[in-house]
Structures are given as structure tokens and as C-alpha cells.
Write a protein that binds this ligand. Sequence first.
Ligand code: AHR
Length: 354
Amino acid sequence: MKMFSKLTSLAVALTMTLSLAACGGAAKPAETAKPAEEKKAEAAAPAEQKKEDKAGKKIVVGFAQIGAESEWRTANTKSIKEACEKAGFELKFSDAQQKQENQIKAIRSFIAQKVDYIALAPVVETGWDTVLKEVADAKIPLILVDRSVKTSDGKDDLWVTRVGENFYQEGVDLATWVKTNEEKLGFKDKAAVNVYQLEGTVGSGAAVDRGKAWADTMKDSKFKTVKSQTGDFTRAKGQEVMESWLKSDKGKIDLVYAHNDDMALGAISAIEAAGLKPGVDIKIVSVDGVKGAFEAMIAGKLNCVAECSPLTGPKLVETINDLAAGKQVPKLTYAKEGVFPADKAAEVLPSRQY
Ligand code: AHR
């Protein structure tokens, strides 16, 4: 059944990717007004032009990363740095410390340095219109990595492609696991299960989609979200929020749904400090699947994780190479992801790469 639903999801994702590709998959950034002949020449051989300009030179990529807020993010940075190095690209890396204004500054600096490609992991979904138009005017192909962007006109022509993760599906998978494992979780005889949600960064694609997925999947079920608060995807804030919930609501909390493992690990520390057993007295599920979460599952402190893969480096490199060779790329590519309950953790941990 699980396999069937995974295959269905894959088929939907593939159809989506293909249909998006068909609707302009190899989209190029918007262009400024130009003489007609020049435009015609470019339309005939845009990639060739690019290769000639850069013949013999290293491809230079500017990467505006979000920060180092989580174990996941550290693994994502490592994956991209290693893949770019292996490909022989020159990588200009910027850590925005989770601030959109720092990412905007980094992008402008990449434009000024005339990099060949810009990769952006957008901390939040909105507020990018102006700077992405500047990138398009500079004719630098922009690749979204990880999270999504929403422009004010709803169009997706300011980036060439997104190499990301399916946050909505991760939330659906985790909520579905919880619903189908209520007996294992000790919820079978409960009329209502009190859920406390630790949200990711407010306005980020990952938090928006994971929140919506959970709400949609749990709609009309006995799983009721009692409180929901941001922990900004960090361990420290996850712990802080959990401490405050334990002060006000100790005894009422049945299940914590954390939008990432780091916040779940922070919550685990708070629960232990309050004299309760995480994973037993309070059940916990989260998203990512980092090694720390697998260790917590093996220790019986975390009940299940939905995977979100940070290993996007090789796909980013492949995409850049394809673009440099003038090939069509899909408008959207998702990483392969699974669901890992605690009783599978010991078996799976040795093969985890992050
Ligand atoms: O955007 C991906 C999310 O960002 C990961 O789930 C989280 O750990 C990270 O900080």
C-alpha cells in the first residue's frame, strides 16, 4: 500500500515535472528590450553563445545559502560545495544567517562579479521580485535550490529551474503514518489527540507546505492541533518553545509535530528536563532524517521521521552542465524521499549519508 502510494506520488511528480517542462521548461530569465536582430541571433543559439563566451574558463557559480540553522542545512552546504568542487566549478558561497536582506545583498554582489550562474536557497517565499528582475536583466540564469519562491504576479519566469524537495508530500507522508499507526503510538482509545506543532521559519516554503499538508491530512480526524508556534528551524528555539508549552500545558501534550529534526531534538531536551520521557510520554514526529534524529529514534525518544534530502549538490551540477550545453531542463525536480519509523532506524542508520 505504502509502495503503491509512493509510486502514485512519483507518477504525479513526474507528470507535474514533465507538464511544467512542456509549458516552458527551459525558461530563460526575462530579458530587457533589445534590437530585434540581436534577439533573433540569441534565440537561434543561446547556449552556444554562452559556451563561446566562456570557452576554456571555469564556470563560476554564486550560491546564496540561507545559513547554518540545522544539521540538514550543514549537509546541504557540504553537498553543494563538494559537487561544485568535483565538477571544477568556482563557487562563490554566501551564508545569509537566515536573513533575506543578506541573501539579496549576496545576489547583487554575484551580479556585480558577473558570475555565470546564481543558485538561491530562498529563506522565505516572497519579496524577491526586484532582485530577481535584476538577475534576469543581467542575463544570469538563476536556479532555485531547496525552497520555493512566490512572485507577486504568480509567474515563474524569473528562475530557470528549481532543484528542490517536496515539502507538502513530506507533511502528508508523516501525517498519514501517524494516522495509520495510532495503535502503535498509544492513541487508539483516545477520542482526541492533542497535537503541538513546531513550525519552521515563518513564510518559508518548507514551513508553509508542511503546515498545510498536516492540516489537510488531519482534517476531520481526531488529531487536533492545539498550539502551533515557530521554532525557526533551530534546536535552541525548538527547545525554548517546548519549555514554554510544558510550563503551561504539561499533561495535555500528546504529540509534537516538528517541521524539522533540529526543533524535535530541542523539544526532546526540554521534555527530558521536565522529567518526562520523549517518545513515550509525549510522542514526537519530525521531518528531515538527519543522523541525530536516527540516533534519537534508536534511543526511543523520537517516533518517526519523514525524509527531506539535502543532497542536492550533484543535481545542481548536472543542471548547470545541461544548461551550459544548451539542453532543456525540467522546471522542477524533486529529490527522492521516504518515511522512517523508529523501529527501522537501527537498520537504516548505517546507510545514512547525512
Ligand atoms: O528547507 C529545508 C528545511 O530547512 C529543512 O527541513 C530544515 O532542516 C532546514 O533548516
